[in-house]
Design a protein around this ligand. Structure first.
Ligand SMILES: Cc1cc2nc3c(=O)[nH]c(=O)nc-3n(C[C@H](O)[C@H](O)[C@H](O)COP(=O)(O)OP(=O)(O)OC[C@H]3O[C@@H](n4cnc5c(N)ncnc54)[C@H](O)[C@@H]3O)c2cc1C
Length: 648
């Protein structure tokens, strides 16, 4: 029974479920669509247009169940006969994320426009993690990124991935002309910390004296002193904790005098940042609690599982007086290594790198997305009916999970590979001269059983980092302005990081410039279980995401927004227009970490190098193949995989 709190939060309104069905329908392959899409098709009347779906997106219901039955060994019990489509391709790519699309692109470049290519993906949209979320607010369309946020990478893009970006027409250096850099600051808004009463004794929004916990506005500048003043006066922490935190951030002390830089880095590579704070700096436990989730958006775990050396690289406090030589220490996580050239190479589209995926699809099947520039693509509406046309040499087949990939004969001499996929309860086969597996590496051992055991084991080690990327469309952002914040770190809340959309206008897309206008709030959660090894934490977090109902997530979102923004007049029942939770139980590629991966400290072949070896007519791509959770890795690995099959 709904109670009055449900009403206050807006949980009794049917808006989210109603919107879940918006914009989906019938033009293509309705007969072949999976049940959840069919339900949406029946309830609407428009086009099949997944970006406009709200509710639970990311790995949405209907996308993963088949793969889980393959993993559990039950798929073939109920599979029925395999229907031979009679289709024969030069290349089949499993996985329609950026890596799979890039593989199709590179292969076509070499084999020519007549090359027959099929891309299979289990989701109802292409792009993989590069996912576009759309919302309607009155007459306005708001865009959000459901996954991959921007062109950015801790290391410089390779010549290959840079060339791809340029061939797609993206002029990265022109980015400043699209962003209204000072918008929020000019309105007196800055980053803040939200303390919740369950964990810190009272609900309190306080200015963030550091750019603590990052902040996707990207423009958190150094504190002018007023932030500290307010923090020290108002943060609901003990005096001792506040003074310790201030000391940690400002005292510039060498806590290991007499130890040289190399030795310090070696120790810090083997010590968690939480331990550094407790044992080396000796701060109050509340300071550890305050910082616990700061690295979540990047590492997917808290400071108990992030090495102190990586914390130094990330700019977390406590290292200013440690006299550490600049430059990466041995075993540093690649996310924690700074590179000036890389930092300048940044571009954010309003839908994130979904624009990259859309530009790739436009190159592969031009009739799908009208237009001809990287600026007009932002508002161009994709025609999903054109993705899988019999007359097209390149096809993208959605809602299709590859369940078996096998050479016809001895892999060393076979001339073709058979790829079997499941779609809407039926099983189909196609044949191809080559197959690139650009899907998640943990899936590959289950579908390509003929791979050597050692390779399958290495593939299985690439279990990804789970995340929620939540987008909430709201009627206006006056509450944010009243409270003077555009970005919040909420160390112990369900979503630990929250940001107003970056003010980027590209082509015909205009960002929200006035607090009275609608906008998208972006929220991040990375579920994990502190105190355990990182991989275990990710596994537990993944289970949590798969087993949490959307209704629970929605309640948590509404509660958090009501409590953190309430004093600014935010009313969730009135102000929330739609919610899209992009659930990514298989999110970032796992990156090696000196606390847990001995080989990373000691050198030698890494699991990803073993995992990505070509085998017969199969090659292996995906960002997992570089153990690097960035778009450039997805592109570079696709390029390598295509070279392997075309030069063999
Ligand atoms: C929330 C989030 C935010 C990110 N932000 C950034 C960012 O800002 N910048 C950046 O550079 N990188 C970011 N990344 C990393 C991102 O993963 C890469 O940039 C890149 O998009 C990965 O592309 P991919 O093709 O390798 O993998 P994916 O995008 O995961 O694509 C693989 C596809 O294969 C499909 N698949 C799996 N199994 C099967 C099967 N059996 N049959 C058919 N299909 C299958 C998957 O469902 C998926 O659609 C982010 C990742 C996440 C999750």
């Amino acid at each position: 029974m709904p109670d009055s709190r449900d009403k206050d939060l807006g949980l009794t309104s049917s808006i989210t479920r109603r919107d879940f069905l918006n914009g989906v329908a019938v033009t293509i392959g309705a007969a072949l669509a999976p049940p959840h899409v069919l339900a949406a098709l029946e309830a609407s009347g428009g086009d099949y247009y997944p970006p406009a779906l709200t509710g639970l997106r990311g790995s949405h219901p209907g996308s993963f169940e088949v793969a889980h039955t393959v993993r559990d060994g039950t798929f073939w019990q109920d599979a029925g006969k395999v229907n031979d489509t009679g289709e024969n391709y030069d290349l089949v790519v499993v996985g329609g994320g950026i890596s799979g699309l890039a593989a199709a692109y590179y292969f076509r470049k070499i084999a020519g426009p007549k090359a027959r290519i099929l891309v299979l993906d289990n989701h109802d949209d292409f792009g993989g993690h590069a996912k576009r979320n759309e919302f309607r607010s009155g007459k306005r369309t708001l865009l959000g990124f459901g996954g991959t946020y921007s062109i950015e990478s801790p290391a410089p893009y390779s010549a290959v991935s840079k060339a791809m970006v340029e061939e797609l027409g993206i002029d990265v250096p022109s980015y400043p002309k699209f962003v209204t850099k000072d918008l929020y600051r000019s309105l007196g808004m800055r980053s803040s910390i939200f303390f919740d009463k369950e964990n810190f004794g009272s609900d309190k929004l306080v200015t963030n004296p550091l750019p603590l916990g990052g902040g996707e506005d990207g423009y958190n500048s150094a504190d002018d002193g007023s932030g500290w003043k307010q923090f020290l006066a108002e943060a609901p922490l003990s005096e001792k904790a506040k003074q310790d935190f201030h000391r940690l951030c400002t005292e510039k002390k060498d806590y290991l005098p007499g130890v040289n830089s190399e030795e310090k880095k070696a120790r810090f590579a083997r010590m968690s940042y939480a331990k550094f704070l407790t044992d080396v700096v000796a701060v109050d436990p509340d300071v550890v609690r305050l910082l616990q989730t700061a690295p979540h958006p990047l590492f997917g775990v808290g400071i108990d599982a992030v090495a102190a050396q990586d914390a130094w690289g990330l700019g977390l406090p406590g290292f200013d007086g440690m006299k550490l030589d600049p430059g990466p220490g041995r075993g540093m996580n690649r996310d924690a290594i700074h590179n000036e050239e890389a930092e300048k190479y940044f571009f954010h589209f309003p839908d994130g790198n979904a624009s990259i995926a859309r530009l790739m699809v436009r190159k592969l099947i031009p009739e799908t997305i009208p237009g001809n520039s990287a600026t007009d693509v932002v508002t161009a509406k994709a025609d999903y009916s054109k993705l899988d046309q019999p007359s097209s040499a390149t096809k993208i087949r959605l809602n299709s999970t590859a369940v078996r990939v096998k050479h016809n004969g001895d892999p060393a001499s076979a001339k073709e590979v058979e790829i079997v996929y499941a779609r809407d309860g039926k099983t189909y086969s196609v044949k191809a001269s080559h197959c690139i597996l650009a899907c998640w590496h943990v899936v590959i051992p289950y579908i390509a059983e003929e791979l050597p055991d050692q390779q399958k084991e290495a593939l299985g080690e690439a279990a990804k980092v789970p995340l929620l990327y939540t987008n909430v469309a709201i009627r206006n952002w006056t509450a944010f302005q009243k409270l003077g914040t555009n970005s919040m770190y909420a160390p112990a809340c369900y979503h630990t990081h929250l940001n107003l959309d970056l003010p980027v206008s590209i082509g015909d897309y205009e960002c929200s410039r006035k607090p009275e206008d609608p906008i998208v709030i972006h929220m991040v959660k990375t579920p994990c279980k502190p105190g355990r090894p990182a991989r275990d934490q990710h596994r537990i977090g993944r289970m949590e995401l798969f087993s949490t109902k959307f209704e629970t997530m929605e309640r948590n979102i509404r509660e958090q927004l009501a409590r953190s923004l309430g004093l600014g007049g935010f009313d969730p029942a009135r102000d929330i227009e739609a919610i899209t939770v992009n659930r990514w139980p298989h999110g970032y590629a796992y990156e090696y970490n000196s606390l847990w991966d001995k080989f990373w400290l000691e050198g030698g072949e890494t699991p990803c190098e073993v995992a990505r070896k070509p085998f017969g007519r199969l090659a292996i791509a995906n960002s997992d193949a570089g153990a690097y959770a960035y778009t450039d890795s997805a592109i570079d690995q696709a390029y390598r995989a295509v070279q392997e099959i075309t030069k063999a």
